[in-house]
Write a protein that binds this ligand. Sequence first.
Ligand code: GLY
Length: 570
Amino acid sequence: MKIKHALLYLFVLLLFWQCNNPQTEILQSPQPLLGVTSQRGMVVSAREEASKIGRDIMQQGGNAFDAMVATEMALAVCYPNAGNLGGGGFMVYRTHKGEVGALDYREKAPLLASKDMYLDQNNTYLRDKSKTGGLAVGVPGTIAGIFKAHHKFGSLPIQTILRPVILLAKNGFKITEKQAAQLNNYSAVIKKTNKENSLYTKKFKPGDVFVNKALAATLQEISNKGRSAFYQGDIAKTLVRFLQKNGGIISLKDLENYQAIWREPIIFNYKDLRIISMSPPSSGGICLAQILKTTANFPIASYGHNTTKTTQVLVEAQRRAYADRSHYLGDPDFIDIPVDSLLSDAYLKKRMESFSFQGATPSHQIKHGNLLAPESKETTHYSIVDSYGNAIAVTTTLNASFGSKLYSKELGFFLNNEMDDFSAKPGAPNLFGLIGADANAIAPQKRMLSSMTPTLIERDNKLWMTLGTPGGSTIITSVLQTILNVYEFNMSMQQAVDAPRFHHQWLPDVVRVEATSFDTKTIKSLESKGYVVDYKNPSIIGKVDAILVLPDGSFEAGADKRGDDTAVGF
Ligand code: GLY
């Protein structure tokens, strides 16, 4: 163990030396080998502004949980396609005392929701209704989530935490190149959904300053009056009026009833790592555990990173885990989930009996399915560590980019389309091509199944890594590969996050690889073994934001190069 640590330390020193020594330019790749490092604390999120606000809160004496509230709300301002007040999320935490836990602030189906609400009289699935407009919206959980986290662990007053966020909304932030392209891409559908112009229906160019006064006022009201402003007060009334005008069914009673819930996280071992990840209603922790526990039976380090054999092991483990996801997983407050059986070594070994390196196990031999829908997946993840020893991993979402596309001009925020994460009709794929069953059928007040996988990892009883990502159904497999990249393939945190990724989710029976970066030799070799490989899809797989604790106790960030993601440390 000690030798392994010493080797890792030497490796990291070498990387530092390579990055800082002008004589060694020849050794440097175009991407930095090592991410941003810091000594005392770090925030890695989808936007520099949000990471800075989280860092500033910690520098004012706040802890990681105060920084969580600030970062979450700052993302709602400057990353409005996924950061939110109108969505929900999950947090996994580890305190300086080593206590671990999870917070579920996932959206819920409204009281008036019903199993067949997206089917017409001929049992035809009205796909658009669960994706766009008022009926797609689940009861938002984010404000309940941040207040629950703050109540238990926060140390600074909520007004202090929200002050810089309100200023960000009031004074504006600069639109990046990627963001301008995305905003312009969505402006037509936002206009069509809302039947009116708004801040989001303009033409944008990089460098434009985006100001949202309505959102600043909403945040000010929450800062002054607390959680109840959103769930009972004027914001609640405005929100319900707006949703009902747009075909929604969320009532004041729904908002009043909403509660974020502390959950026991999923905890399991991978070799000498202790992994703490999100429990249902997210499938993330269970699927990650199934795939990693299966992978532990194969010497993938000796096969090599993204080689045919490693890819085969991971794809076959993913195929089987996603088949189980579809059948067994849903809201634990509504169904019994056989967690122990799903994670038992004997069961996982048995599941892989049909696997051979000779060729693919076709998914139809396990179950049947349908094709992926083309809509983009927008969620966002941030990781925070503080100088007191607390660490958090938070993934939050509106589901699709800009959620249901419904934007309240009065309140300044978008509403989620999380209802699409339910199984609207058995066998019908959702936005992410995921097939569901009864376990994830719609019911009033039920939480829809998620793939979000905020994860913390301990090694030798100490914090080792915090990570997570957006990406819908690809979240689980992106988290998986990032962990293995560091642990099995000796990459730095930044390299692990940037490395090319692939994904398989049982149905459709396709290995999706990142088109521009995945090795063509591996693709050909996989095809020769009967795998259908999609290397034409231009979309990225995940945008992982992670922090690794280095052997000397300092932090290294992995801020995914695929987005505007930025690490800010101190
Ligand atoms: N809305 C994506 C997920 O929760 O998995």
